[in-house]
Design a protein around this ligand. Structure first.
Ligand code: SF4
Length: 752
């Protein structure tokens, strides 16, 4: 529906982001204001740290560490410490909103839900079922993720449902599934301190998975060696025994070079390869040309370092390779992850304590959210939607004829492309902020302007929701019970700590109510989240991600249950591939053939510098939540361009100068942060901000052909020193952004 509902300045004035610095009711003496503690989990990253929320009068007012929870033992990063400030935040959406001539107006639930169901129905009647798409979110609980997939396929009958985890873990999943028959980290994090060598590639653990640093330090305390490959000397790299300064987008060459050295020097584990794997010969042949000298030229990593890393990794009795978005956010992200797996298989580092490979899931429920059907190609239990038996099983659980089960749909970026082509006309989105998080933000904005109907379920008005026709005020993490699954594959219990505000609703209720209005209520009869979980357990039963044996009570008793857990008396499965047995029917792990190719946006004479993007520790993803928390914003208020002193000098740029970064799509002007901790041919910009500050105005839409993940980590750019600050800087504060909670509370009173 065309433009934002009102001028952005006015929407920002009303709905934020405003900065909140104090809990509900302000700071109070605890001795005179009693509270209760609810054991639950942080709402942000994929570590899902245990935390105790302090609750007073149905409001979250603080936290206490949860020291018994084994993953984080009470530790939290800055986001976890401040997460309580999102509850009762002045920007919180309190009522359903409908677009009007003057912006958004408050609506009744009947009015908003009827309107949503009517518009979705009209579009489907006119253009067909697949003219509507649904976006889910990887921060949603597992039950909600399950419900999103079922809602799209049963209530709407569309094949187009995908989620923002498409921007996170799918490359890893597309590598692990063929290799092992399962998409999950094969090892519990308690294995990390037991490794003799840790190879960390493309993972800025200090900023993006802060609690994992504790596991890394424990490994080093035990005498383990640390190898880090990254274009930036990230916090964890500063303590590495060996740092490999890999050029953006060349990780595959580096990994193939490591395997080359292993095989050249006869360091492979022949017994493991012959007993537990297939496909070795083709993978070995593929790495033959990747000698250290050749790889050094491609990657910028010195040949001696390549030799040393390969020897350390292969000669250790127990080695672990950890990887994350640095190698996954590439148009060859799947091959990158496959190359990590190949290295581990060739050296026999799978299925043993202290040995293996692991993906570090970034989003809150990035693991659980990709197991039960909100992906366009997947049904619950990590089943493939193309598998006739899987379709029959799930159709049977859902009570629909199997022929009514839609086929595979489009992925997140492809949905935007289909909107551009006029094939998708209606969009319903839950907790997804694509205008900030998808690549090539101008393209996303144009798609939002084209769509005929756009409905949003969320608890804050994100930058994307400003374009909505209807906004349904949903629930926070702490307002609805459910399961999540952490990066290490541990299913955890998110406890309901408080009720939503009186006229906001739980997301599950909103979806079920919409289903009723679409005439499909009989398929969504749940009286509680527990009933959704019971159905999910049946739907996943016998699948790869088998949750049949998982209940809330069991998760509480065991402090988490690692899936698969196929029966109520099964303890769960912390380590996959024990004794080298994969999930494939023959029990073998598979090598994958990897081939080098250039990135989708190569550097050249016009755009000679690499641009890579990522996170800072104080912000989370598109910032919808964390750009509203005062201390987190104060810690890193605006994005900056990290630039090496040599590159800065070549452009006459000094610390704090304004720098315009231009790519083949757009440009942004930000302040320079001149640091020696980055390659001299590369700049880095964090991506948590919208509009003129958005790193994703610069990124491109080249997708990995297997996982369909965008190539955020490699763009070509050029730089110039800007003569003056950009417009967004001079307007800062005038649009309501960066206002503290005191004036914001006045605004919320006005809205009420
Ligand atoms: S953001 Fe991640 S690391 Fe930080 S406290 Fe939350 S779950 Fe833990």
């Amino acid at each position: 529906m065309a433009k934002p509902a009102a001028p952005i300045q006015e929407l920002t004035r009303q709905y934020g982001p405003h900065l909140n610095y104090a809990p509900a009711g302000g700071w109070r003496a605890e001795s005179t204001h009693p509270y209760s503690l609810v054991k639950t989990h942080c709402c942000f990253c994929g570590q899902q740290c245990g935390i105790q929320l302090k609750v007073r009068e149905n409001q979250v007012v603080g936290f206490e560490p949860w020291e018994e929870f084994p993953f984080n033992r009470g530790m939290l990063c800055p986001k976890g410490v401040k997460r309580y400030l999102q509850n009762n935040h002045p920007d919180r959406l309190l009522d359903p909103l409908l677009r009007s001539e003057q912006g958004f107006r408050k609506a009744t639930w009947d009015e908003a839900l009827d309107f949503t169901a009517r518009r979705l129905g009209e579009i489907q009647e006119r253009y067909g079922k697949d003219a509507v798409a649904v976006y889910g979110g990887a921060s949603l609980s597992t039950e909600k993720s399950y419900l999103v997939g079922k809602f799209a396929r049963v209530a709407l009958g569309t094949r187009h449902v995908d989620y923002n985890g498409r921007l996170c873990m799918v490359s890893a999943g597309h590598a692990y599934k063929p290799a092992f028959g399962v998409d999950r980290s094969p090892l519990p994090w308690s294995d990390i301190p037991k490794a003799q060598v840790l190879l960390i590639i493309g993972a800025n653990i200090g900023d993006c998975a802060p609690i994992t640093t504790d596991y890394v330090w424990r490994c080093r305390d035990n005498g383990g060696k640390l190898i880090v490959a990254d274009p930036r000397i990230t916090p964890i790299s500063r303590n590495a025994d060996l740092y490999l300064p890999v050029r953006p987008g060349t990780d595959l060459a580096l990994l193939m070079g490591l395997l080359h050295v292993v095989l050249r020097d006869g360091l492979e584990d022949r017994q493991f390869i012959s007993e537990h794997t297939s496909g070795f010969e083709a993978a070995a042949e593929a790495v033959q040309p990747y000698n250290p000298q050749q790889v050094a030229e491609m990657t910028g990593v010195p040949p001696q370092s390549i030799e040393k890393a390969a020897h350390w990794f292969a000669e250790a009795e127990r080695a672990i390779a950890l990887h994350a978005k640095g190698i996954e956010h590439q148009s060859k992200g799947t091959e990158n992850c496959a190359a990590v797996i190949n290295l581990c298989l060739a050296t026999g580092n799978i299925g043993r304590e202290g040995a293996g490979c692991a993906m570090i899931t970034g989003q809150g429920n990035g693991q659980g959210g990709r197991e039960h059907g909100q992906k366009c190609d997947q049904l619950p239990g990590q089943r493939s939607i193309d598998d006739p038996e899987a379709r029959r099983h799930v159709a049977n659980v859902w009570g629909i004829p199997v022929e009514q089960m839609p086929q595979k749909g489009l992925t997140a970026v492809e949905i935007m492309e289909a909107i551009h082509r006029g094939e998708i006309k209606g969009l319903l989105s839950l907790c997804f902020n694509p205008l900030v998080s998808l690549p090539d933000a101008t393209f996303t904005r144009e798609a939002l302007e084209k769509v005929e109907f756009f409905g949003v379920i969320d608890f804050f008005l994100s930058e994307t929701a400003q374009f909505a026709d209807v906004v349904l005020a949903g629930s926070l993490h702490e307002e609805e019970e459910g399961l999540g699954c952490t990066a290490e594959g541990r299913v955890i219990h998110i406890r309901k700590a408080v009720d939503p505000p009186p006229n906001a609703r739980q997301d599950c209720n909103i979806l079920c109510d919409l289903a009723r209005r679409l005439g499909k209520g009989r398929y969504f009869p749940y009286a509680s989240t527990a009933e959704i979980l019971d159905e999910l357990r049946e739907a996943s039963r016998g699948g790869i991600a088998d949750y049949y044996g998982i209940t809330y009570d069991k998760v509480d008793r065991q402090m988490g249950v690692f899936w698969p857990c196929p029966s109520l008396d099964h303890p769960g499965t912390p380590r996959l591939m024990e004794e080298g047995r994969s999930f494939h029917p023959d029990g073998k792990c598979r090598f994958t053939l990897t081939r080098w190719r250039e990135s989708g946006d190569p550097v050249d004479a016009d755009f000679p510098v690499y641009l890579t993007t990522g996170r800072v520790v104080s912000q989370y993803l598109s910032g919808t939540q964390t750009r509203r928390i005062g201390e987190l914003v104060d810690q890193y208020p605006d994005p900056r361009v990290e630039i090496h002193p040599r590159l800065a000098a070549a452009h006459e740029i000094k610390q704090d100068d304004w720098v315009t970064v231009t790519t083949r799509r757009s440009e942004v002007t930000l302040q320079a942060m001149v640091v020696k901790t980055i390659r001299p041919d590369t700049v880095f910009i964090p991506y948590h901000w919208p509009g003129e500050r958005s790193a994703n105005r610069l990124t491109h839409r080249t997708l990995d052909p297997h996982s369909r993940i965008p190539e955020y980590k490699v763009s070509a750019c050029r730089l110039r020193r800007a003569a003056s600050p950009p417009q967004w800087w001079s307007e800062r504060g005038a649009n309501g952004d960066r206002i503290s909670s005191t004036p914001a509370i006045a605004i919320i009173k006005e809205r009420r």
